[in-house]
Design a protein around this ligand. Sequence first.
Ligand code: UT7
Length: 324
Amino acid sequence: MRTYIAGTGSYTPDKILNNAYFEKIVDTSDEWIRTRSGIQERRIATDEQATSDLAFIAAQRALKSAGIKAKNLSAIIVGTATPDMPFPSTGCLLQKRLGAPPIMAFDISAGCTGFLYALGIGENFVMNGYENVLVIGADTLTRITDYTDRTTCVLFGDAAGAVVLKRGDSKSAILASHFASDGSSWELLHQPAGGSRMPASHETVDKRLHVIKMQGNEVFKLAVRAMCEAAAITLKKAKVSASQLKLLIPHQANIRIIEASAKRLHLPMDRVLVNIDRYGNTSTGTIPVALDEAVRTGRIDKGDLVLMVAFGAGFTWGGVLFRY
Ligand code: UT7
C-alpha cells in the first residue's frame, strides 16, 4: 500500500498587478523584472481575503477533484508563512469552514518548502492509517511585502493550492521524498518583527520590521544548489533518473533559478512547469498551484513520473517524487 494524490485544487485571486504598476511606485522597470525574475504579473488578495479564504476555495476544489466530502477527511495540514493570525491555526479555521469532523488540523512553518513538508507529513499519516488527508499550501505574501523596497516588492503574489492524499495499491503513488534544513543563514530571508523576539510595537511598525527582508543574491545561489540536491537525492532514493520524468514542478521563485536547476538535471524546459510569469512567487502556493495546473491542462497523465522541488526561508528544501 502506498499514498497517492487523489485530487488537486487551486485558487488565485482575481486582482492582477502587472509590472507597469511597480514602475509607478518604485525605481524599477518592466524589463528588469522580466529579465531578472521572469515575472510579468502576480495575483493579489482583496482586502477582505486572508490566507484561509484562499485555502478554503483551493481545498473545496481538491475535495471535488478527489470525489470526497469534507466529512470524510481525517486530517488537515496547512503549510503557510502567513496564517490569518498567529493562533489558532489556519488548519483549525478550515476544519470548521469546510465542515470537517473534529479531526487533527494544524499549520506547519517551513517557508516556501511548506507545502512539500506538509505533503511529507501527510504521507506519513496516511501510511499510519489516516484516511483522506487534506494538504494545503497557502500564502498571502503581499500582506508582509514592503512596497517601498524594490528588491522584494516586485516578486510576490498570493495563492493557495491543495491536494487530497489517500492510500491505495494502484500505480499512482508517492515514490520518494527528501527534506532538509539549515538554519545557519536564516537572516538572509526573514520577517524580523511580530514574533516573541521582537513583538509588535510602534517602533517595529515605524521601522518597517513586519515585512519580508531578503538578500536576494545570496538566497539565489543557495536556492539553485539546494533544489538540485533535493532533486538528486529524491530521484536516487526511488532509483529513477531525471530523463524518466514527465514533468519537473519547481518552486517558482525566479525563472533563472528554475532554468539553472533544469540545466543541471539535463531536463529540457518543455518538461518543466513554469507559471512564475503569471503568479510571481506565492511561497507555499507555487507548487500545488502548478501541480493543479499540470493536471487541468493535461501536462501530466496517469502513470507519469513527476518531481516537485522547493526551497525556502529557514533555510528549508525538499523534493517529492510521485507517479500520477
Ligand atoms: O522563495 C524562496 C526563496 N527566494 C528566492 O529564491 C529568491 C532568490 N533571489 C532572486 O530571485 C534574485 O536574487 C532577485 C530577483 C531577488 C534579484 O535579482 P539579482 O539578479 O540577484 O539582483 P541583485 O540583487 O544582484 O541586484 C542587482 C542590481 C542592484 O543594483 P546595483 O547594486 O547593481 O546598482 C539592485 O539594486 O539590481 C538592482 N535591483 C533592481 N533594479 C531594478 C534590485 N531590485 C531591482 C528592481 N528594479 N526591482
